[in-house]
Structures are given as C-alpha cells and as structure tokens.
Design a binder for this molecule. Structure first.
Ligand SMILES: [Zn+2]
Length: 314
C-alpha cells in the first residue's frame, strides 16, 4: 500500500484501489472522496462527483457542485478496500474517511473533538492501524477555551452593543461557522441578518435569518441587529455603516482571531493529543499546518509519527 500527499489532499493506493481524499483536482484513475464542503477541500467536485456524506452532498448542491452521497456507517467496496465515513465534528456534514483492506487507515480531514451547538465532536475510530491526522492547530500555542465560555462571551458582547444602538457583525465562513453562529443566535432569540450563500446553507438546517436585500430587510435593520458575515465582508463594513446610518462593530470568530472570539472548527493542540491517545494508532501521519511539530511531539510520547511529506509504503 502507498500513502502520499497530492497537493493539499491525500491519496491511498492499495494496488487494487486508489482513493483520493480532498484533492484539489481529480487524480487519474482514482475514486474521489470529499470530507466536507469547505472550498479548499472540494476541488475534485468541480470536475467529478466525489463520494461525500449526505450532509455534505446537500451543502455542495447549494454551492452548485455534485457528489455521490454515502451515509455514515455504510460501506462501499473499491477493489480490495472498503470505504466508509464516521463523523469529524468539524462542520455539519463533515466526515473522517475509513479505508479498510485488512489494514485500517483513517483520514481525519478537518476535525475537532469538542461538541458545538449544531454538531457533536469527532467520533473515535476503532482499531486504526494508520491515522492520517490533520494538524492545523497542532502546536502548543494553540489552546482554545471551551465553547461553554466562548458562547456566553459572544452573547454578552452582542447584547451590550445592541443595547447601546450599534449593529453587530460576527465574521465567520459562510459554510460551517455561520451556521454555528446562526444557531447560537437563534437559541438566544436573535434572528441574524445574512448574505445569500449563508442564507441558502442556513435553510438546510432550519435556521432563522433575514436575507440582505430581501423584502423588508431595510425595515428590519432600522433597529440594531446582529449580522453574520463571511470574513471578506469586513472590507465593505465601512460602506455598509454609511449606507445603514448606524455604527457596526465587528469581531471575527475563528481559531486565528487575534481580537475576536476564538471559536475554532478545528482541534487545538491538547484536543489533538487527546484524540491520538484515544485512537491509539500504530502509525500517525500528520498533514496540514504544524505537521512537523505535532509529529515531533507525538514521537516524544513514543508514537510512531511522521509528517506526510512524501510517499509512505506499508
Ligand atoms: Zn474545513
């Protein structure tokens, strides 16, 4: 069996089956799998109909792409390999990929252990021989507070600003983070104002919002409101502020946020360690940001761990 990085994705080649996970382009001769609907993972869906969970399939449809849904727990056989999904806890529909040909390989894709208001945390796979582990925040400086602390901070900040007459903008990706924020706001009795892509994805999850530009939205924003906007909208906030005649205070909601809320859809350093300890794989191959650093930490803990920077033969 060969395992190798293919641009930002991973390919597992058993000899009889070649499985390409989250590759940015189709890989010749491969069966394609997409772990979730973030733009940097769905490149293959632009040219093929990759396998995805039903949840990701629905989001991809809204985004104008196709995929072949495979529900969690169901198996598809390709050559000598079974392929199945277990939940990754990253965003709605996100999955880890389990490939079994006698050896059991788990590709985490983007993942987190912590439950959020919409999505339970990642499932712990059984009997993984090889764990191909995404390590975006796999360095000790990345330690995020739990959501039970961050959610009330967002609530307090938003309500304080609304009470003094400001609009509030929470910035997060249109797919995933925006639904978590909309669900949090809905649970507080707040209906956020959102742009079109967010509105379409929110609708899949039954979330309440007001679409920018829809009938009555101007009247709605004559009062102080909460906007949920993608990060690139921060550039147009000054113009929106002038147009709406009201100050807009904005905070980003991300693991990368310096002055915002550390609401990450990825595992932090300690979650990554905990996850590896719970899975107890025979081999860990790290990929993504901080892959070298996390592999070094895991080796010090006596795991066989290395960054997936070139072809690994098993
Ligand atoms: Zn992602």
């Amino acid at each position: 069996m060969l395992i190798y990085p293919w641009k930002s994705g991973v390919v597992i080649d058993t000899g009889l089956a070649k499985i390409a996970v989250d590759t940015p382009k189709p890989v010749p001769g491969a069966v394609h799998v997409v772990t979730h609907a973030h733009a940097d993972h769905i490149g293959a869906a632009r040219k093929t109909a990759p396998f995805s969970t039903p949840g990701t399939h629905e989001i991809l449809k809204v985004l104008g792409y196709s995929s072949e849904p495979l529900r969690e727990g169901a198996l598809r056989v390709f050559g000598d390999a079974d392929v199945s999904f277990i939940s990754a806890g990253h965003i709605p529909g996100s999955a880890q990929v389990v490939i079994d040909n006698g050896k059991r390989i788990v590709v985490t894709g983007d993942w987190k252990l912590e439950d959020d208001i919409l999505e339970p945390g990642a499932e712990i796979p059984d009997d993984a021989d090889v764990l191909i582990l995404e390590t975006t925040f796999g360095a000790p400086q990345y330690q995020f507070p739990p959501r039970k602390e961050v959610y009330p901070q967002i609530e307090k900040w938003a309500k304080t600003n609304l009470s003094i007459g400001n609009h509030v903008a929470l910035l997060g990706y249109a797919v995933g983070k925006s639904q978590e924020l909309a669900a949090l706001l809905n649970s507080l009795g707040i209906v956020p104002v959102v742009p079109e892509r967010t509105h379409k994805v929110n609708a899949l999850f039954g979330l309440s919002d007001v679409l920018i530009g829809s009938d009555g939205w101007r009247e709605y924003v004559s009062e102080p409101r909460v906007f949920v906007l993608p990060p690139n909208f921060s550039d147009i906030l000054p113009a929106l502020e002038v147009e709406l005649g009201r100050k807009i205070v904005a905070r980003s909601c991300s693991g990368w946020a310096r002055n915002g809320f550390p609401l990450s859809s990825h595992a932090d350093f300690w979650q990554t360690i905990e996850y590896v300890q719970r899975v107890e794989p025979k081999l860990v191959l790290t990929y993504g940001g901080n892959a070298h650093q996390m592999a070094t930490v895991l080796r010090r803990m006596d795991y066989d761990a290395r960054p997936l920077t070139h072809t690994v033969m098993l």
